[in-house]
Design a protein around this ligand. Structure first.
Ligand code: PAF
Length: 272
């Protein structure tokens, strides 16, 4: 696997593959890799001939009080995992490559980016949409794969790609879970053993809402009883608009975000 750090080197490698007639897949990540990320690389590898995996902890999607400084960073370990999973190239730029002095452009996905996560983390989707647009335009892949674990992010990216006419297929990769149901996340590394034991309650309660056994309100109360510090939201939404469900014939999803101590966990599930 090649490791490149500049946009020019990335473009040179991709152009070479294109000249050889090969298709290209992109898997953007912020590192702190786990089996969930690797499943996205496998998905891209199954669909295309060369996979570019990116490693960049994007500062613009973190608010000043969030975990940008403490976000897990281990480039050597991440590179080894990308390589094992089948990536042909790791793009690991520095912040000045992605945001040189004078960088002034932001991508904003209105409405979809303003609800749920957007309400609690107003900077988040602006940062995500801007960096993902840049990564797509830098690598010009045929396919880009994002995890359904960040379901709203996947919806925002699909909308952005459609609205900006970016010629790429966006593919959602299934959430990978621990044996007890906890969705894999780089932030799970922050949990103490006691918090780790409580954490699967988020999935469990979303599952019960999806099965019609609990209301969102009751699920939220259960999480507080289980030891979660606070619940930002548990919401049953239209799978496309992410607005509260009004038409029972439309496909729906339950999404939740809650704090376990200083760690914010999110998860979601389709409702049959
Ligand atoms: O999901 C993530 O890890 C990030 O939000 C992404 C898509 C790599 C953009 O920084």
């Amino acid at each position: 696997m090649q490791i490149v750090r500049t946009i020019a080197d990335l473009r040179r490698c991709v152009a070479q593959w294109r000249a050889e007639g090969m298709s290209v897949g992109l898997v953007p990540t912020m590192g702190g890799l786990h089996a969930g990320h690797l499943s996205l690389v496998h998905e891209a590898d199954n669909r295309t001939e060369r996979v570019v995996a990116t490693l960049f902890v994007n500062p613009t999607q973190f608010a000043p009080n969030e975990d940008f400084d403490s976000y897990p960073r281990d480039e050597a370990a991440d590179a080894a995992m990308f390589e094992d999973a089948g990536a042909a190239l790791m793009f690991a730029p520095t912040p000045d490559v992605m945001y040189p002095d004078g960088h002034a452009t932001k991508v904003i996905v209105e409405e979809l980016g303003a609800v749920l996560e957007g309400e609690f983390r107003p900077q988040f989707f602006v940062g995500v949409a801007t960096i993902v647009t840049k990564l797509l335009l830098q690598s010009l892949p045929d396919v880009a794969v994002f995890g359904e674990k960040d379901y709203q992010q996947l919806c925002v990216i699909r909308t952005m790609v459609r609205d900006l006419d970016i010629p790429v297929e966006i593919v959602g990769g299934e959430t990978v879970r621990e044996a007890d149901g906890l969705a894999m996340s780089s932030r799970n590394a922050y949990l103490s053993p006691q918090q780790r034991a409580i954490a699967p309650a988020l999935y469990d309660n979303l599952r019960r809402v999806a099965a019609g056994e609990l209301t969102a309100k009751a699920a939220s109360a259960n999480l507080s009883d289980a030891g979660f510090l606070s619940v930002d939201y548990i919401s049953v939404c239209d799978s496309e608009t992410l607005q509260p469900v009004t038409d029972p014939r439309r496909s729906a999803r339950v999404l939740g975000a809650a704090w376990l101590g200083k760690t914010r966990l999110i998860d979601n599930l389709a409702i049959d």
